[in-house]
Design a protein around this ligand. Structure first.
Ligand SMILES: NC(=O)c1ccc[n+]([C@@H]2O[C@H](COP(=O)([O-])OP(=O)(O)OC[C@H]3O[C@@H](n4cnc5c(N)ncnc54)[C@H](O)[C@@H]3O)[C@@H](O)[C@H]2O)c1
Length: 367
């Protein structure tokens, strides 16, 4: 395949993030970044699976570096713990990590969240490069500087904003992803298309069979467009004081579904797909263009997201209520209106949520 790479910049309060996305992104980025990494100690945080599949490329990025240390962390959400973070800080110290060292977060969204957090706090902040290897991380998690680890009580509760120096989304890495992870990542790209980018939405509608099949030629432009659209929002609202909230489309119920089903049982994107359906339902009598609503539902149907495991209505409502208490201003829903247009901060009466959640679960649960 011939290279097809997009390069754009995201400007923020601390400088600029350079973002390469597409087939061949790594080679282009490595050529540009190697001189800046020369003479520095590099710490690559990754999982055994990602290192085994794609770890060979790191040498090219580190060609002129003083050293390259590979630090393995557990697969998946298990990486995002205080114990793993503290183990990494201790290793960075023992291996002579300094203010000008660089951390490379090489993996899915879990590694990106952990690596960003560890880099953001070590010596009050060292530079991080995000090298996302899942579709979800390429279209969403690696962009915007949100980092976090989990506590046993809840997910993502300890974290900080730490914008990466660079993001390198090499779509060749996606060829080894299982189909379920591709589907999960596609949901976030669909969300971005619904909320921000009608052309991206149309492209996904048109190319869906190739995208779910992992066709690199179809994935590269979707990754680039979704990343660029999210970067635009982050640039205008880096720390989620307002507009950035629109990226939470589908996530209000999605997060509650993820935690109610027990983390790890439901893929993040699958939970968001159910959350998008729920948002479409709430939006139906709140200004949603019916033609667009039908297109969204059809696209989600074609993705064939598995049904939900059996969940108790009361438990789900309790989790939504906890989310509400977590925000001073109450729970504001993000609802779709038309291609690329959403309304945020929509307050929906408690009785309607109770009624709609019950009906929704009936239709979305495995029998
Ligand atoms: N910071 C943000 O803005 C943000 C946004 C969305 C999600 N997230 C976080 O992202 C995490 C989910 O990320 P994810 O969906 O990427 O899952 P993940 O990071 O847990 O990765 C899933 C599995 O895929 C493996 N894997 C990674 N790349 C692979 C490849 N190229 N080929 C084969 N296997 C590969 C991983 O090793 C892991 O075992 C959650 O913790 C979520 O909270 C963060």
């Amino acid at each position: 395949m011939t290279p097809s790479v997009e390069l754009f910049e995201l400007r923020h309060g601390r400088g600029t993030t350079r973002h390469w996305a597409g087939w061949g992104a790594f080679d282009e980025a490595a050529a540009a970044l190697a001189p800046e990494l020369a003479g520095r100690a590099l710490f690559a945080v990754s999982t055994p699976r990602v290192l085994g599949l794609h770890g060979g490329v790191l040498e090219r990025l580190a060609a002129g570096a003083a050293s390259l240390h590979r630090l393995e962390v557990p697969e998946g959400e298990a990486a995002k713990s205080l114990e793993v973070a503290s183990g990494l800080w201790r290793r960075l110290s023992a291996l002579g990590g300094k203010r000008d060292s660089r951390l490379l977060a090489f993996g899915g969204g879990s590694v990106g969240d952990l690596g960003g957090f560890v880099a953001g706090a070590f010596l009050r902040g060292i530079g991080v490069l995000q090298l996302p290897t899942t579709l979800l991380a390429q279209v969403d998690a690696s962009i915007g500087g949100k980092t976090a680890i989990d506590l046993p009580e809840a997910k993502n509760v300890v974290g900080l904003f730490h914008q990466p120096l660079a993001v390198v989304a090499e779509t060749a890495w996606l060829t080894t992803l299982p189909a379920s992870e591709l589907r999960s990542g596609l949901v976030e790209a669909i969300k971005t298309g619904m909320a921000l980018d009608p052309e991206l939405f149309e492209r996904i509608e048109r190319d869906l069979p190739r995208l779910v099949g992992g066709d690199p030629g179809a994935l590269a432009p979707v990754v680039a467009a979704a990343a660029r659209a999210k970067a635009g929002v982050v640039e205008r609202d880096p720390e989620e004081a307002g507009e950035r909230e629109i990226l939470n489309l589908g996530h209000t119920l999605g997060h509650a579904l993820e935690s109610a089903s027990g983390y790890g049982r439901l893929l993040h994107g699958d939970a968001v797909a159910h959350g998008l359906r729920f948002a479409l339902r709430l939006a139906a009598n709140r200004g949603l263009d019916p033609g667009f609503g039908a297109r969204c539902l059809q696209l989600l149907d074609r993705l064939a997201v598995p049904p939900l495991p059996p969940l108790a209505v009361d438990d789900l409502l309790e989790r939504l209520a906890r989310d509400k208490k977590a925000r001073e201003r109450g729970l504001g829903w993000v609802l779709p209106l038309a291609p690329g247009r959403v309304r945020r901060g929509v307050v929906v009466a408690g009785e309607e949520i109770v009624r709609e959640v019950a009906r929704f679960l009936e239709g979305a649960t495995a029998r």
